[in-house]
Design a protein around this ligand. Structure first.
Ligand SMILES: [Zn+2]
Length: 281
């Protein structure tokens, strides 16, 4: 992402349907260089993840849209760095709002209200191209990836990121669902992954398999940690299992650790009593 400048539309390597990426004006520890928004099509456009509400970024979108028509705003999920910009863009262009409504938990943008109820495998026909919704719960329950079928290009939101791994946020986020949703992507013809943070990835299956392996390795580390520590609290366990992350990320690691423990508990491999976790023999 070295050459990207916030708000400037940069074409990505597609064959038939033009796709441009606009980097958000929101770099930070959780967003990396910023949120990527993607503008799809020639005349009948769709935009993936407008990001936070930001007047300058809205102007950048309108400039990039130019004389074409924005028909759809596609929202991968309702975190603050993905969906809050949708409403102002909808008001400025009349584009439809597509995605799943926010779950009833903290940390989600409740201003995003989709135009109708959408569900897994729905197809949005834009004339020039078609986009298929792929439900990918895990990071959060209302996460959707968007498949541009003509290009076998998947807009992955926070489901698959470049350069980092997504946090899983229970109780709304779900590790078992996350792994299942990753496995499912391996059955879909894909050439490119376009994430919400980081660069486009050209080896989709290798990236997805790497992510699955990373999660399973971490799961092994959870079991090994419980083996060596015996019954222990989340705070004790997290420093053993996440000995490779920087201290300021430990609060986030704790959430993903909890997601691992919930999955293992459902599988009957660990148990919890009075906030102390231990392996089941
Ligand atoms: Zn997110």
């Amino acid at each position: 992402m070295k050459e990207s400048e916030a708000g400037v539309a940069v074409s990505i390597a597609t064959e038939y349907v033009p796709v441009r990426r606009l980097l958000g004006r929101n770099p930070g520890p959780m967003t990396g260089p910023g949120t990527n928004s993607y503008l799809i099509g020639k005349q009948r456009l769709s935009l993936v993840d407008p990001g936070p509400r930001d007047e300058a970024q809205l102007q950048s979108f309108l400039e990039a849209i130019g004389d074409a028509t924005l028909e759809n705003i596609l929202i991968t999920h309702t975190h603050a760095d993905h969906s809050p910009g949708a409403l102002a863009l909808h008001e400025a262009t009349g584009a439809r709002l597509i995605g799943l409504k926010a779950p009833d938990v903290a940390g989600h943008d409740k201003t995003f209200v989709p135009d109708r109820l959408f569900s897994d495998e729905d197809i949005v026909d834009c004339g020039e191209y078609k986009i298929q919704l792929i439900a990918t719960p895990g990071h959060v329950s209302n996460h959707i990836c968007f498949l541009l079928r003509d290009e076998q290009l998947l807009f992955t939101g926070d489901h698959v990121l470049q350069g980092t791994t997504p946090v899983i946020l229970p109780p709304d986020g779900d590790m078992a669902a996350y792994l299942e949703a990753l496995e499912r992507l391996l059955t879909i013809p894909l050439k490119l992954l376009a994430p919400a943070h980081g660069d486009v990835m050209f080896q989709p299956y290798a990236e997805i398999e790497k992510l699955i392996a990373h999660r399973l390795k971490r799961e092994q580390k959870v079991l090994a940690g419980l083996d060596s520590l015996g019954a222990c609290s989340l705070d004790e366990l997290v420093v053993t299992v996440y000995d490779d992350v920087s201290p300021q990320l430990i609060p986030w690691a704790k959430k993903t650790l909890m997601a691992h423990l919930i999955k293992l508990q459902q599988e009957g491999r660990v148990s919890e009593d009075n906030e102390l976790w231990q392996a089941q023999q």
